[in-house]
Design a protein around this ligand. Structure first.
Ligand code: GTP
Ligand code: NA
Ligand code: MG
Length: 292
């Protein structure tokens, strides 16, 4: 598609790595660095993604269980991640799910930045971790490659700012751009039902600018956007590319990984969902038939 209003957009970053290597701790530390400039009552919402501001730059982190989200989005054809931060514990080095993460990132053609974590531990061995990575074809810097490696302690916050700089360097190389005008495209990051607020869904806007009143389709769900809230829980009027936003007004609850498109009328929205549901039923009927 042709750009109408292309402008730079923040990178969308996923944190991946082996069990207990420190993904959640890193996300917590990153989120805390964004609480300082948060504008709304000191409440951090969990909406499945959050943005951090570094100087005049912004980064968006996906805050969903890495593997599952990545795989489910890929299987639906949604491409949500620009950069993978691969967390490798400096005491353990490369483990089974480190290798899985490397393979997922490579298959999706998403560049990797390595965060060698837990450098505060006495058993930490950053050089060993680097050598192990090269054995799994991650061409790290200082070993003839250009994959950035940042030794960090997610727990103590050591070098986390350097990691953010490294992500911004990578993002700049990629010249990430999106159209800020035209129909919205995005992806569902999370969805849930709230007793008071109804059906909620976190949308990562990828193209266009999402505004109140927009009509959206995701899977077989439709929505007229009634209200939007940012990752700090503050009401917002619009959401631009790479921005995660909580959207209220869904008739049915979409699923994480669903692709979102904006349409021009509710009639068009229901035509699309009717079509999709029919296809689903045909598929089911065929499957039932095969089983018999
Ligand atoms: P899963 O979600 O279960 O895969 O784990 P995770 O990758 O999210 O790891 P998590 O952040 O839960 O950290 C696992 C353990 O390692 C916790 O006890 C953390 O406190 C500890 N940990 C994480 N980062 C560091 C670090 O930089 N230094 C030290 N010493 N411990 C850390
Ligand atoms: Na853990
Ligand atoms: Mg975790």
């Amino acid at each position: 598609s042709e750009y109408v209003d292309p402008r730079p957009r923040p990178p969308v970053v996923a944190i991946m790595g082996h069990v207990d290597h420190g993904k959640t701790t890193l996300l917590d530390t990153l989120r805390q660095s964004s609480i300082v400039d948060q504008e709304f009552g000191g409440i951090t919402q969990h909406i499945g993604a959050f943005s951090v501001t570094v100087g005049k730059d912004k980064l968006t982190f996906l805050d969903t269980p890495g593997h599952a989200a990545f795989i489910s989005m890929r299987s639906r054809g949604a491409h949500s991640t620009d950069i993978v931060v691969l967390v490798v514990a400096a005491d353990d080095g490369v483990m089974e799910q480190t290798v899985e993460s490397i393979n997922l990132a490579k298959e999706a053609n998403v560049p990797i930045i390595v965060a060698v974590n837990k450098i505060d531990k006495p058993q930490a061995d950053v050089e060993r971790a680097k050598r192990m990575l090269t054995q799994y074809s991650v061409q790290v810097e200082d070993h003839g490659g250009d994959v950035q490696v940042v030794p960090i302690s997610a727990l103590k916050g050591t070098n986390v700012d350097t990691l953010m700089e490294a992500i911004l360097v990578q993002a700049e190389l990629m010249e990430l751009k999106s159209d800020y005008s035209g129909p919205v495209e995005g992806v569902v990051i999370e969805s849930s039902t709230d007793t008071h607020r109804g059906k909620l869904c976190t949308v990562l806007v990828q193209c266009g600018t999402l505004k109140k009143g927009a009509i959206l389709v995701a899977g077989s769900s439709t929505c007229r956007v009634r209200a939007m809230f940012n990752d700090k829980g503050a009401p917002v009027q619009e959401a631009t590319p790479s921005t995660p936003v909580e959207v209220l007004g869904w008739r049915e609850l979409p699923s994480a990984g669903d692709v979102i498109i904006q349409v021009s009328s509710e009639k068009e929205a229901s035509q699309i969902t009717y079509h999709r549901m029919q296809k689903e039923e045909e598929k089911k009927a065929k499957e039932d038939f095969t089983v018999i």
